[in-house]
Design a protein around this ligand. Structure first.
Ligand code: HXC
Ligand code: NAP
Length: 290
């Protein structure tokens, strides 16, 4: 199906002027794409990942996207001390951070019974503990400094709500992050901190594809047919949604998760949706004659 997606930035180019956004895992994939659009919209950017090399090459590539500053710092989000050090560095450089995007993740497909404790924990710790470490570090700083007008955007998945076989550590961790989103939306609103989440369906990235569809599994199993719109998402579609949710245009949205998946999860859920495979002729033959 032909995509009608508009991929230009939908907000005005000064929407994030004088604002600084921290994106975890912002050197690759969707984190990179969100950062690029935020720069186009006037933001300064802080990005962290475990790898200095990928941070440096992302910074180089992102520099032409806007005139805002880009700060990088290595950090394993699983380690609360490393998170505190990186966030203190960013605050020192930028003066203040206005928004956090908990985007860093780890994931792979596997039969759950085959997982070692270490394998299970690797994913749980990056996604759940990592998002908690960043949220708590920055949240406490914001609350202590009396800051207002702050936003936390958590990137989850549609299976944070539905659960999913073969990615159980990720499903458990993302469900926890979604619970944190909804819980802190109420508890931290009085400090001027908003919480929002995005649940993406499939958006091709190297990181996700090599771990979720090893050996071209997506093509072999016809993954595209799971999506009513018959295409994966475009990074710019997700970046526009993220930009909107982080902006003041979304100032009254708090505690919500927005799904962007071309209708994929609903197709998997609807009781009679399997009838999509019937042809027009088969429908005609099933019609009772009057
Ligand atoms: C089974 C595996 C495995 C696999 C690793 N392990 N990969 N077990 N199947 N495919 C096991 C290892 O054997 C080890 O257990 C344990 O996991 C930890 O592995 P390490 O490689 O030492 O861990 P680490 O270096 O911390 O790497 C973490 C990681 C890795 C999650 C395993 O894949 C990673 O760095 N991922 C980051 C990026 C990423 O995953 N991006 C995709 C996000 S996509 P033992 O017992 O041997 O010690 C996403 C999309 C969701 O979230 C929805 C899509 C629609
Ligand atoms: P990706 O490119 O692999 O992004 C994951 C990022 O997280 C990487 O930059 C990685 O950098 C970083 N990271 C991993 N472990 C980390 C750690 N311990 N500390 C700090 N950073 C760490 O994959 P993606 O597809 O763009 O995923 C981005 C987000 O979208 C994730 O939250 C994912 O769950 C979500 N999502 C993606 C899809 C999709 O179809 N792509 C669908 C639903 C949800 P380093 O390895 O350098 O640390």
């Amino acid at each position: 199906m032909k995509s009608l997606a508009k991929t230009n930035a939908m907000l005005a180019s000064d929407t994030f002027k004088d604002k600084t956004v921290l994106i975890t895992g912002g050197a690759t994939g969707l984190g990179f794409s969100m950062g690029k659009m935020l720069l186009e919209l006037g933001a300064n950017l802080c990005i962290m990942s475990r790898k200095q090399e990928s941070l440096e090459s992302a910074k180089k590539e992102l520099q032409s996207a806007g005139s805002g500053s880009i700060w990088i710092h290595t950090c394993d989000v699983r380690d609360s001390k490393e998170v505190e050090t990186a966030i203190a560095y960013f605050i020192k450089q930028a003066g203040e951070i206005d928004a956090l995007v908990n985007n860093a993740a780890g994931n792979f497909i596997a039969p759950t019974a085959s997982l070692s404790h270490n394998a299970f924990d690797a994913v749980l710790d990056i996604v759940l503990k990592g998002s908690k470490n960043c949220t708590m570090t920055l949240g406490k700083h914001w609350i202590a400094s009396g800051a207002q007008h702050k936003t936390i955007l958590n990137i989850v998945t549609t299976y944070a709500s539905t659960g999913s076989a073969f990615v159980v550590p990720s499903a458990m961790a993302k469900a926890g992050v979604l619970a944190m989103t909804r819980s802190l939306a109420v508890e931290w609103a009085k400090y001027g901190i908003r919480q929002v989440a995005i649940a993406p369906g499939p958006f091709p990235t190297e990181g996700a594809w090599e771990r979720l569809f090893p050996g071209g599994l997506d093509k072999k199993l016809g993954v595209i047919n799971k999506i009513p719109l018959k295409r994966p998402g475009d990074h710019r579609e997700l970046a526009n949604l993220a930009s909107y949710l982080l902006s003041d245009y979304a100032a009254y949205i708090n505690g919500e998760v927005i799904t962007i998946d071309g209708g994929e999860w609903l197709q998997g859920a609807g009781e009679m949706n399997f009838l999509l495979q019937l042809t027009d002729e088969q429908w005609a033959s099933l019609r009772p004659s009057s």
